[in-house]
Design a protein around this ligand. Structure first.
Ligand code: ASP
Length: 331
C-alpha cells in the first residue's frame, strides 16, 4: 500500500515551548517542526515533510502568518500532500482552524493541533496530539471535511470547536454539536459521512488592514465603547450580545447609526441568535430592522474571523449578510 504524504507546519505554541532562562522565566517557543516530529520516533505509518513557519505564542497569531501558512499549504498539495497538519498554540487555535475552513479550496484536510502541557512537564500531550493529527491528515476518510482539530484523541470540525478550558488537556469542546470523530488504535473514526462545504472565500488579494473589534455586551453598557470604535474607523464590529442577540438601548441607538457592518452574535457559548421573538428596543428583531447582521450559531470569535475575511476580500453588505446566513445556519 502506498504511504500517504503529510506536510506539517509548526507555528509555535505550548507544544513547541521549552525553558530558556537567558530570556525569561518560564517556557518560550523554541522547538522546530523537526524537533516535534523527532519526539514521535522513527516509524510513522505515513511519510512526513516538515516546515517551521513561525515560533510565536498563538495570542500573536495574525493574518500575515495565516496567509503564509495557507500559501505553504497550497504548495504542499501541489507537491502531492494528502493532508496538512498545522501546529500552533491553543489559545487561538479555533480561529486558525476556522480561517482555513473559510478559505481552503481543496478536499485535502487541514488538521490543526497543539498541546496544553509543554514538553518539559510529565505526561506532555504534544506528541500524542501530533500523532493523532498526522493520523487524521493521512486518512482518506478525512477528505472533503475541510479544516479539523485533532486534540486529546477527539476530532472536531472547525465550525464548532472552541477552547473551553484554560488548562485541562481536554481543553476543546464542540458543544452543542459534539465532536466529529475520534482516533483509536492508529485510525480515525467518523460518526457521520462528510457533508458538503460552502465555497472557499478567495483570499489571494485580501487586505486585512484596519480594525474589526469584538465588543461584549453587559450591564451598564451605554454604547459609548461601540461609538468610540466606530469613530476610530473600525471596518466592522462584532457585538457579543446577550442571549439570543440582545443589547442595551444605548448600544441599539449606536448600531442604528453605524455605517459599517455590525454583526450580532450570542455571548452564551451555545445556541443561536433569534430573528423575531422579542420586540423591545435592543432586541434581535429591532437590531435586524436597523441593519444588523445576525450570526446565527456562529460564536463571537468565529463571527469576527468571518467578518474580517469578508471585509478583507471586499464583500458587499449583501454578501456579508448571505455568508452569515449560510455559515451561521440561519434559515
Ligand atoms: N497556552 C497556549 C498554548 O496552549 C499558548 C499559546 O496559545 O501559544 O499553546
Amino acid at each position: 500500500m502506498t504511504r500517504a504524504l503529510v506536510a506539517v507546519a509548526a507555528l509555535g505554541g505550548t507544544i513547541s515551548m521549552a525553558p530558556d532562562r537567558s530570556i525569561e522565566d518560564g517556557v518560550v517557543p523554541r522547538l522546530t517542526a523537526e524537533d516535534l516530529l523527532g519526539d514521535l520516533g522513527a516509524h510513522l505509518p505515513m511519510d512526513v515533510t516538515a516546515a517551521t513557519l513561525a515560533g510565536i505564542s498563538s495570542a500573536s497569531m495574525d493574518y500575515a502568518t495565516l496567509l503564509r501558512t495557507r500559501a505553504w499549504g497550497l504548495e504542499q498539495v501541489a507537491a502531492g500532500a494528502a493532508g496538512l497538519v498545522v501546529v500552533q498554540g491553543t489559545d487561538t487555535l479555533e480561529e486558525t482552524a476556522w480561517f482555513f475552513e473559510l478559505t481552503w479550496p481543496h478536499d485535502v484536510p487541514v488538521v490543526v493541533t497543539g498541546a496544553m502541557r509543554n514538553p518539559s512537564l510529565p505526561s506532555a500531550d504534544g506528541p500524542a496530539n501530533l500523532l493523532a493529527a498526522l493520523t487524521v491528515a493521512a486518512s482518506p476518510r478525512s477528505r472533503g471535511r475541510g479544516a479539523l482539530v485533532a486534540f486529546n484523541d477527539d476530532v472536531h470540525t472547525a465550525r464548532w470547536v472552541r477552547k473551553a478550558h484554560a488548562s485541562h488537556v481536554e481543553a476543546f469542546s464542540s458543544n452543542p454539536a459534539g465532536p466529529l470523530g475520534l482516533v483509536a488504535e492508529g485510525s480515525v473514526h467518523y460518526f457521520h459521512p462528510a457533508g458538503s462545504r460552502a465555497a472557499a472565500v478567495p483570499v489571494d488579494n485580501a487586505d486585512f488592514a484596519g480594525l474589526v473589534p469584538l465588543l461584549e455586551a453587559g450591564i451598564a453598557d451605554s454604547g459609548e465603547l461601540l461609538s468610540l470604535v466606530l469613530d476610530a474607523g473600525a471596518r466592522g464590529v462584532v457585538v457579543a450580545a446577550g442571549g439570543v442577540g440582545h443589547v442595551s438601548t444605548g448600544t441599539a441607538d449606536v448600531i442604528a447609526t453605524a455605517d459599517v457592518p455590525i454583526v450580532v452574535a450570542t455571548r452564551t457559548g451555545a445556541g443561536t441568535t433569534f430573528r423575531g421573538t422579542y420586540g423591545f428596543h435592543g432586541s434581535e428583531s429591532s437590531l435586524i430592522k436597523v441593519g444588523a447582521t445576525m450570526a446565527g450559531w456562529l460564536d463571537p470569535r468565529k463571527s469576527r474571523v468571518l467578518l474580517q475575511v469578508l471585509l478583507a476580500t471586499g464583500a458587499s453588505r449583501e454578501a456579508i449578510e448571505a455568508e452569515f446566513r449560510l455559515r451561521g445556519d440561519l434559515d
